[in-house]
Design a protein around this ligand. Structure first.
Ligand code: PRT
Ligand code: ZN
Length: 210
């Protein structure tokens, strides 16, 4: 039996469930059950917070998971990306107040930057030779400049309307993300075979959508 962890409720949930169903896997999901078993494929589905999924997969509590690449890379563990899934596309970007002067990333030298992605941002800044003070906050990052916490932010953007609504201007895209299927590094041969079957079905679903 394979165990897959998906987001309980959020931007990935609906498409994750839809993809599993489109693979021909039947299960009855209900909002209060955190674990369900499929009836026609040896698969158990766990509903978790997305941030916890890479860790559970790395530790083998779940064999597979569906998360954004942003969460996988930020987690920095040993869970492996095995399949890009094409949904929940977004980007991780730096933004500054609309009126602030900004010519290049060098302008962030010595500045305070608020983010929920200190690893991704730290790696990017290091690659650019820029040193800044990173303030890690877990939500409502876009508010930081207006309350004097930071001169810039680094957060997920999709339409751009949240930045606009908070008087911010996107200045650099540092990472592009989409939902991915991840797997534990050392699956047994039996589980690996089930994963191959599941991936084959997922690829067929994606090809049919193109
Ligand atoms: O409760 P849990 O921890 O499970 O969920 P969560 O609140 O951490 O995550 P959730 O559901 O918001 O997002 C899950 C994943 O969806 C993210 O990790 C991304 O991979 C992906 N994704 C796609 C997004 C967005 N689009 C997105 N727009 N994640 C977040 N946003 C937020 C962003 O943080 C910002 O506040 O939406 C706002 C910007 O949106 P726009 O359209 O105004 O630019
Ligand atoms: Zn989360």
């Amino acid at each position: 039996m394979l165990r897959i962890a998906i987001q309980k409720s959020g931007r990935l949930s609906e498409d994750s469930l839809k993809l599993i169903r489109e693979c021909g896997i039947s299960f009855v999901s209900s909002s209060y059950k955190l674990k369900v078993e499929a009836s026609n494929f040896p698969l158990e589905i766990l509903y978790l917070r997305d941030d916890d999924i890479p860790g559970y997969v790395q530790d083998g509590v779940a064999d597979l998971g569906i998360v954004g690449q942003n969460v996988l890379v930020e987690a920095g563990g040993s869970a492996l990306e095995v399949e890009a899934l094409g949904f929940s596309k977004c980007r991780l970007s730096l933004a500054v107040p609309r009126g602030a002067e900004y010519n290049s990333v060098a302008d962030l030298q010595g500045k305070n930057i608020a983010t929920s992605y200190p690893r991704l941002l730290g790696d990017y800044l290091a690659g650019q030779g820029v040193q800044a003070h990173l303030h890690t906050i877990s939500g409502s990052v876009e508010i930081a400049p207006s309350i004097g916490l930071a001169e810039a932010i680094c957060d997920i953007v999709s339409s751009g309307s949240t930045l606009l609504g908070n008087g911010l201007r996107e200045v650099e895209t540092i990472f592009r993300s989409e939902a991915v299927l991840i797997a534990a590094p050392n699956l047994s041969p039996e589980k690996q075979q089930l994963l191959d079957q599941l991936r084959f079905r997922m690829q067929a679903v994606r090809r049919a959508q193109r």
